[in-house]
Design a protein around this ligand. Structure first.
Ligand SMILES: COc1ccc(CN)cc1O
Length: 332
């Protein structure tokens, strides 16, 4: 098997939403594919109306193939302090033509306000490792883990774009989506994430600094949260940039010309265009102050390489066969 699904950015590339068919007849929900978590959960007919503001709802009672997983519950919280929880069904799930007949579909009975306010986001499809799936008492597998043995190649790929639709592919590495070679690097999955070594960094006219740091490839995080000293050095190159203490984030004049940010994987070097790092207005009411796409990580011990970084490359999430999982990066 192999398949391809179009993924479409919300405003400012806040997140990328991908249509997923669930149940019989198919109910299509737009989910946020998240390589930083491992639960497939959806807005559902079991939610109180006060928690729903336009999202599409999965209703298991309308699916002839839905089966409740008796006694199973889930409860998840994310880095941005948002959270959700509920109960579990199994049903057929189809992503870009690749189908799994008994995927755990975690239906929300509670969602935090950030999700209620996120009106086009109907839930998340986790693509980190199944070891951090939150279903109890019996942990469930991610969609990728479930389909892995049927895929032509043990991979999924992300081709996210700046302010434009991209694709998530399963089971195939599409040569038309990248240029040059793919550079692979080993993944340490012990925390359940796609964690790898960034070989170093550079920006503007500085020379590349071979100062490795660990990071996770996280399609479900908007920005790139990097070691604080690197973020500080980057924004010192931007006239008028400052660390907004209230936000704990760097802001700068919107007309700033931001330097490109170079990151290394192995011997390869990739460029995040400065344009991507001029992420958005800080506040719709102030057109002069903008918010950076590179921000300091919160000292959690690893960087969170989200969409700002990922969208500048073609990324292969490779489960490996006998060997360890690995990540591949290519220019595009
Ligand atoms: C509030 O919205 C979200 C919270 C957390 C994640 C996962 N990083 C994705 C979201 O769309």
């Amino acid at each position: 098997d192999s398949g391809s699904a179009k993924t479409t950015p919300e405003k400012d590339d806040l997140e990328y939403l991908t249509p997923v068919s669930i149940g019989t007849p198919p109910q299509v929900l737009n989910l946020d594919f998240d390589s930083g978590s491992s639960d497939l959960w959806v807005f559902s007919s079991e939610l109180p109306q006060s928690s729903v503001s336009g999202q599409s709802l999965y209703d298991p009672s309308k699916s002839s193939t839905a089966e409740e997983v008796q006694g199973a519950t889930w409860n998840i919280s994310y880095g941005d302090q948002s959270s959700s929880n509920g109960i579990v069904y199994r049903d057929v799930v189809n992503v870009g033509g690749v189908e799994f007949k008994s995927q755990a579909v975690e239906i929300a009975t509670t969602v935090s306000s950030q999700f209620t306010r996120d009106t086009n986001n109907d839930g998340l499809l986790g693509l980190a490792f199944s070891s951090i799936n939150t279903v109890q008492p019996q942990q469930e597998k991610t969609f990728f883990d479930n389909i892995l043995s049927n895929l032509d190649a043990p991979v999924w790929t992300a081709d996210l774009k700046y302010h434009a639709p991209g694709t998530y592919d399963f089971g195939v590495i599409d040569k038309s989506k990248y240029t040059g070679d793919i550079t692979y690097t080993d993944v340490d999955q012990s925390d359940g994430f796609w964690m790898f070594d960034v070989a170093g960094y550079g920006f503007g006219n500085s020379t590349f600094k071979a100062a490795p740091f660990k990071g996770i490839a996280d399609t479900g995080t908007t920005l790139a949260m990097i070691p604080a000293e690197i973020a500080g050095a980057y924004y010192r190159q931007v006239k008028g940039a400052k660390l907004d203490s209230q936000q704990g984030a760097y802001v700068f004049p919107c007309d700033s010309v931001l330097p490109d940010f170079i990151f290394g994987v192995g011997n390869a070097r990739y460029t995040i265009p400065g344009k991507f790092i001029n992420y958005s207005l800080l506040d719709e009411s102030d057109p002069t102050t903008c918010f950076g796409g590179l921000q300091p990580d919160m000292g959690i011990g690893f960087a969170i390489l989200g969409d700002i970084l990922l969208k500048s490359t073609f990324v292969v999430f490779d489960a490996g066969t006998e060997s360890t999982p690995r990540l591949g990066f290519a220019k595009k």
